[in-house]
Design a protein around this ligand. Structure first.
Ligand code: MSP
Length: 498
């Protein structure tokens, strides 16, 4: 059994979770479930980024202390993940004492080793991004609230590791994925790389981790937050957990935080003599009317509203099926309803109804026996197996939307098989033959449900349990036991009426 360590970004607790946050977290959950079924020892980490200016300002606006603010808002993230069936192993908060100690330990070490130094700096500061930016970045990027600041601060010698980082990216094809993002970072590294300002004077920001070597400063929020990926698994503790799980297999995020993860984080790790993560994967953005969903634009969709109305599986399915991993996708209620009605209510829901009613009416609520297969049956089995193999391959290659499409094609194929074989007609003259058709359909439904389980765990589990099967069961034909008593499920995916 090999380990698999996957992470999401730590979300800012300056607002409620929205569809964008939900997407990355659901994606991590889906990949975790796929890997668990493949018998990996999975560790799935998520959490919240609780220090920094944005959070301090959000608290000030509400007239509460930052601590009260984060304690309240973190609950909204945890509740949302619960509703969306997110099965994480650990939820880290950057205000956890253990994390704060780890950050301080690393800061002390780097200060001692000389990779952190004190200097005066004058430059452009983006308040929205909470970092110093270059003139070039200002011209090319979408930075709001940029002002000139002259300040004494502590700096991390990021530039020292530039060529080592370029070598690493070039010699490790899957370090940054997709390819386009890798090229973007290599392009960024073609320019001069400045050292990283890693402190903020307390006169400007007090809500942060105090520097262990200067009580007048707090740590820059990114230097604090990135360390979560190692503090959560016991870095510098007296046990083997860290050595077992590290390096991370996947750091998942959207492309907005690519530079911090592909440049700041690896150079920090190099300075600490810690191996680099295996893959940093940046997916695209969910757009609303062609603009990125974000709190400041006020165009966010709350995942809980949709999950409450249509169920968490409906939302998980839509987000996973309608985004090609790596590309942007547009969120509309219309496309959500269409996708749900077509795939889940019509194809999947109707099939479940049909099979369960056939079994209940004609076979006393028990899975029928299989009799002799005809060439039509063999052909059906072959087609299902082909789609199953494709779906599995897609999942392994992180082509989640293709894996879903191939799995739902199995469901469509069963509907077609039933229509062609019409067991409701043949049952009168040849019960054994009709039983065989229904057995094969129920077995293919089981295989489809196992394949769709990582995406729609709640409803898939329901179907599988009702046939006394498990999501972990293998997907070979013939695993479904004849004569198993089934529990009838009614209207598993009710249609959304316009
Ligand atoms: N706190 C930092 C991350 C620190 S990680 C050590 C941060 N937080 S955030 O709340 O702004 O979350 C950004 C992440 O949320 C994105 O990288 C992505 O995973 C997710 N998304 C936020 N909006 C999104 C979309 N509109 N579309 C897709 N994902 C989005 O940055």
């Amino acid at each position: 059994m090999s380990k698999f360590y996957i992470t999401t970004p730590l979300y800012y607790v300056n607002d409620e979770p929205h569809i964008g946050h939900a997407y990355t977290t659901i994606l991590a959950d889906v990949i975790s479930r796929i890997k668990k079924i493949q018998k990996h020892d999975v560790y799935f980490l998520t959490g919240t980024d609780e220090h920094g200016q944005k959070v301090q300002e959000a608290a000030e606006k509400r007239g509460v202390s930052p601590k009260n603010h984060v304690d309240e808002y973190v609950k909204r993230f945890k509740n949302t993940w619960k509703t969306l069936n997110i099965n994480y192993d650990y939820f880290i908060r950057t205000t956890d004492q253990n994390h704060k100690n780890k950050v301080k330990g690393i800061l002390s070490n780097l200060y001692k080793s000389g990779d952190i130094y004190f200097d005066e700096y004058e430059g452009l500061y983006s308040v929205s991004e909470e970092r110093f930016i270059t003139e070039k970045e200002k011209e090319e990027g979408d930075f709001r609230q940029v002002k000139k600041i002259k300040e004494k601060n502590y700096f991390f010698k990021m530039s020292k590791y530039k060529s080592k980082l370029i070598d690493h990216i070039k010699s490790n094809e899957s370090f940054i994925l997709p390819q386009s993002r890798r090229n973007e970072i290599l392009g960024f590294l073609n320019n001069e790389l400045n050292d990283l300002c890693i402190s903020r004077p307390k006169t400007r920001l007090s809500w942060g981790i105090e520097l262990p070597f200067d009580k007048d400063y707090v740590t820059y929020v990114w230097f604090d937050a990135l360390i979560n990926y190692i503090s959560a698994i016991g870095y510098n503790e007296d046990n083997d957990r860290f050595n077992y799980y590290w390096p991370a297999d996947y750091h998942l995020m959207a492309k907005d935080i690519l530079t911090t993860h592909c440049v700041y984080w690896p150079t920090m790790l190099m300075s600490c003599n810690i191996p680099l993560p295996k893959t940093i994967f940046a997916h695209g953005w969910w757009l609303m009317d062609d603009t990125k969903m974000s709190k400041s634009l006020g165009n966010v969709i709350k995942p809980l509203d949709l999950a409450d109305k249509y169920g968490s599986d409906a939302l998980r399915y839509y987000l996973m099926r309608n985004m090609v991993l790596g590309q942007d996708a547009s969120f509309t209620l219309d496309s959500f309803e269409k996708r749900y009605n077509a795939d889940l209510a019509n194809d999947f829901g109707n099939l479940v109804n049909r099979i369960f009613i056939l079994i209940s009416k004609n076979f006393d609520d028990k899975i029928p026996n299989k009799d002799i297969f005809d060439s039509f049956d063999y052909n059906f089995i072959k087609k299902v197996e082909k789609l199953r193999d494709k779906a599995k391959e897609d999942y392994t290659n992180l082509k989640i939307h293709d894996g879903i499409e191939n799995s739902i094609s199995i469901i469509r194929l069963i509907n077609k098989f039933l229509e062609e074989k019409a067991p409701w007609k043949t049952i009168k003259e040849n019960k054994a033959k009709a039983g065989t058709t229904i057995y094969l359909s129920a077995e293919a439904l089981r295989i489809g449900s196992v394949l769709l389980y990582p995406i729609i765990p709640e409803k898939s589990s329901l179907i599988l349990e009702s046939m006394e099967c498990l999501p972990q069961d293998n997907t070979d034909f013939g695993n479904l036991k004849e004569k198993t008593s089934i529990k009838i499920i009614k209207n598993i995916f009710p249609r959304i009426e316009e």
